[in-house]
Design a protein around this ligand. Structure first.
Ligand code: 2E6
Ligand code: F3S
Length: 326
């Protein structure tokens, strides 16, 4: 008899190049400089990753004022920081390493360029998310207006008579963002924007893979990821909009097996900050419960890799010093 259930494994899923680089920065800082190293904010939004690094000597804080002036490395998380955080670190002559994803830094530079060219910026993103706080914090207060959804795009009143540009958070829903941009473009002729959207390759590939899994018949999609992980939450939304049920779990133990077993075809994916080991935990727990045929659904190959900051690749290591060129 063929297996009663099919598990469709979405690909790409899990770690992206920016997350991989951010975690390697913490690991390499620990290897070169010993413990403790301080990390401002969760290096990526995954408790398992954070707990693992904490066990090796990383100390996670939310703000620089929680860090003593003891010369230890201070790492900025993958989500990026406001300019005020960099200035404060310089003022205190902290030894900083920047794990901001290069694709977030690209958005920072883009926002700065628009500002220099006299444009007011409409930033599409979610209020309070650290990436949004960091991107808004590249520019003076009042230079950026946040637009969270299509309703706000329809209502926003930017400063009159000033040219406009839009930028976005990197981890948004591709479809929602297209709708928001369409509303803005219809209201504001001449609106400038990125040549290619600011949503990163990893976010769009993972969303496309979830759609493919639902198109192949998954009526439940399990997303491994944290509730504060924007890109992971978006994957669950994409699955629901495509017509499936979706559940976000941080660990396999959270999965309701009785509910899952009611679906003949189950999809499985992971946010960009969720390790593959947690995905395999879900596969193991499901297959211990139901007779499962596992199939890959692949929509793209990802080969992108980001280099570590030079301060972590020089041999021999530089002694910690204030704001080593990172
Ligand atoms: C930095 C920028 C984008 O909540 P979000 O999806 O932004 O963050 P993580 O840590 O879950 O994913 C990686 C990431 C880092 N994405
Ligand atoms: Fe960067 Fe996108 Fe990952 S912005 S950290 S590559 S989810």
């Amino acid at each position: 008899m063929p297996p009663a259930h099919t598990l469709l494994l979405a690909a790409p899923r899990g770690f992206c190049a920016g997350v991989d680089r951010a975690i390697r920065i913490v690991e390499e800082a620990l290897a070169r400089h010993g413990a403790p190293v301080y990390v401002r904010h969760e290096i990526v939004h995954n408790r398992h990753v954070v707990d693992g690094l904490r066990a090796r000597g990383a100390v996670f804080v939310e703000e620089l004022d929680e860090i003593p002036d003891d010369g230890r490395p201070v790492i900025f998380s993958a989500h990026g920081v406001a300019k005020s955080v960099v200035s404060e670190a310089m003022r205190r002559r902290l030894f900083t390493l920047d794990a901001t994803c290069p694709l977030v830094t690209k958005v920072h530079r883009e926002a700065e360029r628009h500002h220099r060219q006299g444009r007011h910026i409409l930033l599409i993103g979610h209020a309070g998310h650290p990436e949004v706080v960091g991107t808004m914090g590249q520019l003076p207060v009042g230079a950026v207006t946040l637009v969270e959804d299509a309703a706000q795009a329809a209502a926003v009143q930017p400063p009159a008579g000033v040219p406009l540009a839009w930028t976005s958070q990197t981890t948004l829903s591709v479809d929602d963002t297209a709708e928001i941009v369409a509303v803005l473009a219809a209201r504001f002729p001449g609106l400038a924007g990125p040549a290619k959207e600011d949503i990163c390759y990893a976010t769009s590939n993972r969303q496309a893979a979830v759609k493919a899994v639902v198109a192949r018949g998954a009526s439940l999609v399990v997303v491994v990821g944290a509730p504060n992980s924007s890109n992971s939450v978006r994957l669950a939304e994409v699955a629901q909009r495509a017509g499936a049920e979706a559940v976000l779990v941080q660990r396999a133990a959270e999965l309701d097996l009785d509910a899952a077993a009611r679906h003949a075809v189950i999809g499985l994916t992971a946010g960009a900050s969720a390790p593959e080991s947690l995905v395999q935990e879900v596969v193991a727990r499901l297959s211990a419960r139901v007779d499962l045929a596992v199939e890959d659904v692949t929509v793209a190959e990802e080969r992108i890799e980001f280099r570590l900051p030079p301060a972590l690749t020089r041999d021999p290591p530089l002694a910690p010093r204030p704001l080593a060129a990172d």
